[in-house]
Design a protein around this ligand. Structure first.
Ligand code: NAD
Ligand code: ZN
Length: 358
């Protein structure tokens, strides 16, 4: 039985980021310097000037063109070793799911020897991580609440995080002002990640009453946001930030289903980013999730967001084989959705047909 852990402290509300200085001041530690990982979008923006960054701290702008690779995490760790900054008082990560995951991974690697790839899996992290604070600037992945940090190992093709209680943030600052500048399509694609996580978990067989309660509430908030006239109003950005956090907690208590494995296939083989990949996969999901498919399409139409079509409709056989392998490797979620003998349903021909429909 799961012995679930949640984020210990969180602060929620407009302008909450102004409390970062006092949170850091209250934290006692041997050293006083702090490592900041901030999404490169904020380079040169006023947000950075308002942060309590001191001379001795280190500020790194994270790249988000590609989703985090294990080699990129290793590079960031090496930079800290070279600069003799391996025992910071805190790591502060400010950004979307990618940057939040980078903060988590580095916090684990500073107290555990070896490389990022050594910890891809379940409960491989042995020593408690550096104290870390997560500050999301984009809502939907639930990375702020979850116990993993997704990384791609380009050599092995494995897209898997460090699933561990040590990966969970010690402190969150949830400030809906920070998501004002997100481009509209990105806001929709990432926001839908929480909707999709939650419909997958509620349609699965490995259920748990607490996971269900989080998921139902997150879906209800997503409906408020994405069926309204302005998904990015002040009130809706607040609601989506809450939905994202609850979705992250839901998934710590359950599993995803058919959509995430197909989306992971797109991501590993074609380099498609996670959240847009889920939305593209939804194009082909009517037979698995008929009601949610319809609701998803209504939401996209209501918000005037176009879901790309046809990225996997005309590929060669070798690529379809890779897509098939990268999809059916996700046994836990697929058996959660379709049963232990899911491979009888998801034959090679069937999987190709689904990709062609996207
Ligand atoms: P992201 O972090 O990849 O960022 C997407 C884009 O939005 C980037 O261009 C970024 O610069 C921009 N952006 C972020 N905040 C902005 C702001 N306030 N204003 C303007 N632009 C902004 O996006 P994401 O969709 O949040 O995260 C995707 C990542 O999350 C993937 O790497 C995925 O694997 C990971 N993920 C992690 C978990 C988890 O539980 N750890 C769950 C799902 C997904
Ligand atoms: Zn997801």
């Amino acid at each position: 039985m799961n012995n679930s852990k949640n984020v210990l402290n969180y602060m929620f509300g407009k302008g909450a980021i102004s409390n970062l200085a006092s949170i850091l001041d209250q934290k006692e530690s041997k050293n006083d310097y702090v490592i900041y990982y901030i999404d490169e979008y904020f380079k040169g923006k006023t947000l950075v000037d308002k942060l309590p960054i001191k001379d001795d701290d280190r500020l790194v702008f994270t790249q988000t063109k590609d989703e985090p690779k294990t080699t990129y995490i290793d590079e960031l760790k090496e930079q800290l070793i070279d600069a003799n900054k391996c025992e910071p008082k805190a790591i502060v990560a400010i950004g979307g799911g990618a940057t939040l995951d980078i903060g988590k991974a580095i916090a684990n690697l500073l107290t555990n020897p070896g490389k990022a790839e050594d910890y891809q899996g379940w409960d491989l992290v042995k020593n408690p991580a550096i104290y870390k604070i997560g500050i999301p600037t984009l809502s939907g992945t639930g990375a702020e609440g979850s116990r993993t940090c997704v990384m791609t190992n380009a050599k092995s093709g494995l897209k898997l995080g460090m699933n561990s209680d040590f990966t969970i943030y010690n402190q969150l600052i949830l400030d809906p002002d920070l998501t004002k500048t997100v481009p509209k399509d990105q806001y929709f694609y990432t926001g839908m990640d929480t909707y999709i996580h939650c419909i997958e978990s509620l349609n699965g067989t490995y259920r748990n009453a607490i996971g269900d309660a989080y998921a139902n509430q997150a879906i209800s908030l997503c409906r408020d946001v994405f069926l309204s006239d302005d998904m990015m109003s002040d009130e809706n950005r607040e609601k989506l930030m809450v939905a994202s956090y609850l979705g992250g907690c839901a998934i710590a208590n359950s599993f995803v289903g058919v959509i995430h494995p197909f989306s992971a296939g797109l991501s590993v083989v074609l380099g498609t980013h996670h959240c847009i990949g889920n939305c593209i996969t939804m194009n082909a999901m009517e037979e698995f999730y008929p009601d949610e498919y319809k609701e998803f399409m209504d939401m996209a139409e209501k918000q005037g967001v176009v879901i790309p079509h046809g990225i996997a409709s005309n590929l060669d056989n070798e690529t379809y084989q890779k897509l098939y392998n990268a999809t059916v490797i996700h046994e836990k979620p697929l058996s959660n959705a379709l049963g232990e003998d899911f491979k009888n349903i998801l034959t090679f021909e069937k999987v190709v047909e689904v990709f062609k429909r996207m």
